[in-house]
Design a binder for this molecule. Structure first.
Ligand code: NAD
Length: 375
């Protein structure tokens, strides 16, 4: 009998979906029976009829689908009452927020679920096509510029008109990982003058190759982890960095902050005194809002305006504003993960505890937390 994969409709305002009609068809080809909750794709413009045309079955009884599924695909972590419905031995694949939410992980372990955390996908060449943090951060970087530009009461490109010349806007990107690079590229495409800073020295060349200017701030030894993530700075280094960035912020129209520390709270880089020196009407987009924020005064999922007229956009998940494409690439990450380990003869996912990719992202299995970082 073929295995069942189920994608429930997301809750709590999430606009993305973990299955697209395209990936539904590909999962069917692997031999899976594909169930999708009715209207699961509607907030990202994937219609029920597109799923059924792709060979998926629409489900209205979410509870019984959760009880029968061998694989559950989601964007966000499952609620406690829905974990209780899952079949022991089934596989649950989603973002999990496991560093902040240990209770959900415990429940998944107790329920005997094999839990895959998409945040924990290793950053290796082989796993690149499964790397959902990157696929989403890329779109968030794009959306940050679009949101910032929409809020700004100026234009981004230089314009020479009979009525005079309009100077290009200045955009400053702090943190040049996946999101930062896409923010630079997008702001450049819109014609802005772009500057950027990151604590990882390797980034300077990438910034330059996109036609932006790298802001030099000497912080001494910073480095990066084996996975390519930034190391935490000392309080002295953070103070130096703030000093170095203040002048650039004061001249900028849009500042986009994307500085994150994997699994930890984001560093506060723009303090109130830096923001107080920024121009009336300038806009800060804090892409680290969900992990505490890079900006003093960020309110999660809100836009606030300071006394000196600076808007701070604190949307937690900007990729969800471009949900069609965010879902397309996220669903593709999930499909690539399943396909990579698909055993055609058995018609099932093969668990390989010694595999480097699975070692990285399988958090619970066989009734226990199995990942070394969470045990
Ligand atoms: P991230 O979201 O954890 O952090 C975003 C950026 O913030 C990083 O560039 C980081 O260096 C920077 N940052 C941290 N503290 C800072 C501070 N105080 N000031 C300024 N910047 C600060 O990182 P990410 O975007 O997920 O990726 C980080 C790196 O990993 C990138 O170089 C990326 O290209 C690399 N990567 C590699 C692979 C792969 O090999 N398969 C996949 C994805 C990403």
């Amino acid at each position: 009998m073929s295995q069942i994969v189920f994608t429930p409709r997301e809750s709590s305002g999430e606009t993305r979906v973990a299955l697209t009609p395209e990936t539904a068809a590909a999962l069917r080809k692997l031999g899976l029976t594909v169930l999708v909750e009715s209207n699961a794709g509607i907030a990202s413009d994937y219609r029920n009829e597109d799923y059924t045309a792709a060979g998926a079955q629409l489900v209205t009884d979410r509870k019984s689908a959760l009880q029968t599924a061998d694989i559950v695909l989601r964007v966000r972590k499952p609620a406690a009452d829905e974990i209780a419905l899952l079949k022991p031995g089934c596989m649950h694949i989603s973002f999990l927020d496991a560093f902040q939410d240990k209770a959900t992980l415990q429940l998944l372990a107790q329920a005997g679920v094999t839990t895959i955390s998409m945040e924990m996908m290793p950053r290796t060449t082989l796993a690149q096509k499964m790397d959902a943090l990157s696929s989403q951060a890329n779109l968030a970087g794009y959306a940050a510029v679009v949101q910032g530009a929409a809020r700004l009461r100026r234009i981004l490109p230089m314009m020479m008109t009979p009525a005079g010349t309009i100077a290009p806007a200045r955009v400053f990107v702090i943190g040049v990982g996946v999101a930062g690079l896409q923010a630079i590229a997008t702001a450049k495409r819109l014609g802005a003058r772009v500057e950027a800073f990151d604590t990882r020295p390797v980034v300077e060349e990438q910034v330059r190759s996109l036609g932006a200017k790298f802001v030099k701030i000497d912080l001494g030894d910073t480095g990066q982890t084996a996975q390519g993530y930034a190391r935490e700075l000392t309080p002295e280094q953070i103070a130096k960095q703030r000093e170095g960035m203040a002048k650039v912020c004061a001249q900028s129209d849009i500042v986009i902050t994307t500085a994150k520390l994997f699994g930890r709270k984001a560093p506060v880089l723009l303090t109130a005194d830096i923001i107080a020196r920024m121009k009336q009407g300038s806009v800060i987009v804090d892409l680290a809002a969900e992990s505490g924020g890079n900006v003093e005064g960020t309110v999660f999922n809100q836009t606030v305006t300071t006394a000196n007229g600076v808007s701070i956009i604190g949307s937690g998940c900007l990729e969800a504003t471009v949900a069609t494409h965010a879902s397309q690439v996220y669903a593709s990450n999930l499909l690539n993960f399943i396909s990579h380990f698909w055993d055609e003869k058995q018609g099932s996912f093969s668990l390989k505890p010694e595999d480097e990719i699975q070692k990285g992202c399988v958090l619970t299995h066989g009734g226990a937390i199995v990942h070394s970082q969470f045990k």
